[in-house]
Design a protein around this ligand. Sequence first.
Ligand code: NAP
Length: 348
Amino acid sequence: MSSNRIPVGVLGATGSVGQKFIELLNNHPWFRVAEVVASERSAGKKYKDAVNWILSSPLPKDVSELVVKDTEPNLESKIVFSGLDSSIAGSVEEAFAKKGYTVVSNSKNHRMDKDVPLLVPEINGEHLEIIKTQQFKGGCIVTNPNCSTIGMVLALKPLQDKFGLEAVNVVTMQALSGAGYPGVASLDTIDNVIPFISGEEPKLETEPLKILGTYKNGKIIDEQIKISAQCNRVSVVDGHLECVQVKLKKKASKEEIISAWRNFTSEAQELNLPTAPIHPIYYFEEEKYPQPRIHRNIDKGMAASVGRLREDPLFDYKFVVLSHNTNRGAAGGALLCAELMKAKGYIK
Ligand code: NAP
C-alpha cells in the first residue's frame, strides 16, 4: 500500500453509511481516513466510544482512536466523504465546499442542484465537467444518487445506449439498512411489508433523468423518459430488489438486451479504479435469481445483478435488478466517484 495515501475526512462517520465508508477506506490504495465528524452527541469522544459499530468486519484500530470532530469546516483533510443526516447535510456540505474542500456526498440535499454532478462513474463521468461552473472558489460538491436509483440506472444505461428508452415503471423492495440505524422499529418490520418510504418515489422518478442526461455547453440536459415508481420497505437487512418494466424506442430481442447488459463496460473499468466492479452488470439465467441474501455482495457489492428478463404485455420488457444499498448505493458508490475524480485530475 502506498505511504502517500491522501488523507480524507468522513462526515456522519458514526452512521450506517459512515461506518461503511470507514470499512471500505481501510486499506484503500489511494485514500486513508484521517478525520471523523459527527453530531454534537459524538464530538469530543474517541470514535470507538461514539460509534455503535454494526458491521461484521472489525473496527479499524487507527480509526477507533480518532477523536470525533464537530461539523465546523476546519479539517486538515481537503477531501471529505459525507454520510450526514439530510437534516444537516445541505448546509454543512456547502460550508465545507465554500472553504475549499472537495465534498463527495451521499445525501439528497444537493443532488438536483443544476451545477452539481449526480455521478455514476460507469454512466456519466463527463458530467464532472459541470464542477467548473460551481461558485465555491476551489471547493466543490459531487453527489451519489439514491440507493435504489443506482441499481436501476446501471441496468437502464445499456438499454438507453442501444435501443433508447421511452418509459419505465419500477416497484422496489428495499432493505432495512436503507433507513439508517436503528431505522424502522422491529415491530413495524417483522412479518411485514411497509408500502411507503418517505420521499423515495420522487427521487426514483427524477434522478435517472439527470444521470442519463447529456452534458452540453456547461449544462446537464435531462433525458426525456417517463418514469413511475412505487417503493416498499421489506424485511431484508441489505440489498434493494427492483421489478422494472421498460418501453424501448427501438425494437430489441431478448438476446440483444442480455448481450447489451453482459457486454456493458465503462471508463471506470478501463481505468481500473480500485472500487470498480469487474463487470457493472451480472445477468442470471436462473428464474429464481437475483436474490438479496445471495447476490448483494457480488463483485465487492458494487455490481447490479439482473435477471428474469421477459416480454411484457403493457411495456416491451420486464426484469428484476438487485444492488447493495449501503455499498454500491452509498459509500462504495461515493468512493468510486472520488476514484474517478482522482483518475481524471479533479483530485490532486
Ligand atoms: P444514520 O445511520 O442515521 O447516520 C447519520 C449520521 O449523521 C450520524 O453519523 C450522525 O451522527 C450524523 N448526524 C445526525 N444529525 C446530525 C447533526 N445535527 N449534526 C451533525 N451530524 C449529525 O444515517 P445513514 O443511513 O448512514 O444515512 C446517511 C445519509 O446517507 C442520509 O442522508 C441518507 O439519506 C443517505 N443515504 C443512505 C443510504 C443507506 O442505504 N443507508 C443510501 C444512500 C444514501 P451521530 O451518531 O453523532 O448522531
